[in-house]
Ligand binder design. Structure first.
Ligand SMILES: Nc1ncnc2c1ncn2[C@@H]1O[C@H](COP(=O)(O)OP(=O)(O)OP(=O)(O)O)[C@@H](O)[C@H]1O
Ligand SMILES: O=c1ccn([C@@H]2O[C@H](COP(=O)(O)O)[C@@H](O)[C@H]2O)c(=O)[nH]1
Ligand SMILES: [Mg+2]
Length: 242
């Protein structure tokens, strides 16, 4: 695979080929190529992933109700990724009598962020229990502290980051209509979650945008319309055997 990556990478970025691609296509190609390298040579050098087992990781970010979980389900069905929702893993801890259960319950009820070590450990465990080598990590990292903690413990950056951009009124409407019995799907907690999203999560989104890893997706319209925007990103990865 790596040989294929190198040759396609130089094909997409070589100045002599530039006439084949318009500037948007070239930027997109470069972003895809970049996404194939698990960053900074950190991976395989003392982190959680070894040189032989270095899965492809996509973070999926967006405000509450922006459609992360819905689109992840479609990506799983169409592209064979394993979906790890940080929120789902935390909710499972509440019901599994773990020592952190009551603390997690309180945090989620108030729309606050669970300490990074707890969430990263749950993600780490889920990755190591899976046979798959490509993962969607949905709803994490929620803060710069989450991001730094993940990088420190895992020893690698994500390969790419999807961000579902959606107006707040639409997100609120969706959350309040979700009807899945979540303790945080009420007006008061949604307000708190939106404050956390604006103040703590958007800096993470901006960080990955500055690194050229972010795919910002218009999260309005029908579920199918949104998935049409997501599809080409994952279809392109197939070129590289992912
Ligand atoms: N494009 C859409 N149009 C209308 N409703 C949608 C759309 N996408 C998802 N929904 C609905 O909105 C609700 C929230 O969607 P989803 O659970 O995917 O969001 P989320 O980003 O995972 O939210 P959270 O961060 O709160 O877990 C669900 O009830 C889902 O069925
Ligand atoms: O990394 C994370 C992810 C989630 N939380 C807490 O869980 C809720 C619900 O998360 P969803 O992704 O919306 O299912 C979130 O509001 C946080 O309280 C977390 O602390 N850290
Ligand atoms: Mg969700």
């Amino acid at each position: 695979m790596w040989r294929r990556v190198t040759s396609l990478s130089s094909f997409l970025t070589s100045p002599s080929r530039s006439f084949l691609l318009n500037p948007n296509q070239e930027a997109y190609g470069q972003r895809i190529c970049k996404s194939l390298c698990t960053d900074g040579g950190k991976s395989g050098s003392g982190g959680f992933f070894s040189r032989d087992h270095c899965p492809y990781i996509a973070f999926v970010l967006g405000g509450p109700g922006s459609g992360k979980g819905t689109q992840c389900t479609k990506i799983v069905e169409n592209f064979g990724f394993t979906h790890l929702s940080a929120g789902d893993l935390l909710r499972k801890e509440i019901t599994s009598d773990s020592k952190d259960g009551s603390m997690i319950f309180q945090m989620i009820k108030e729309g606050n962020i669970v300490p990074s070590e707890v969430t990263v450990k749950l993600l780490q465990k889920a990755i190591s229990l899976s046979e798959n080598n490509k993962f969607l990590i949905d709803g994490f990292p929620r803060t710069e502290e989450n991001r730094i903690s993940y990088e420190r413990i895992i020893g690698a950056e994500p390969n790419m980051v999807l961000f579902f951009h959606c107006p707040e009124e639409e997100m609120i409407k969706r959350v309040l209509n979700r009807n899945e019995g979540r303790i945080d799907d009420n007006e008061e907690t949604v307000k708190a979650r939106l404050n956390v999203f604006r103040g703590l999560s958007l800096p993470v989104v901006n960080y990955y945008a500055a690194k050229g890893k972010l795919h910002k997706i218009n999260g309005t319209g029908s579920e199918e319309e949104i998935f049409e925007r997501v599809k080409p990103i994952f279809a392109a990865l197939r070129y590289f055997g992912i």
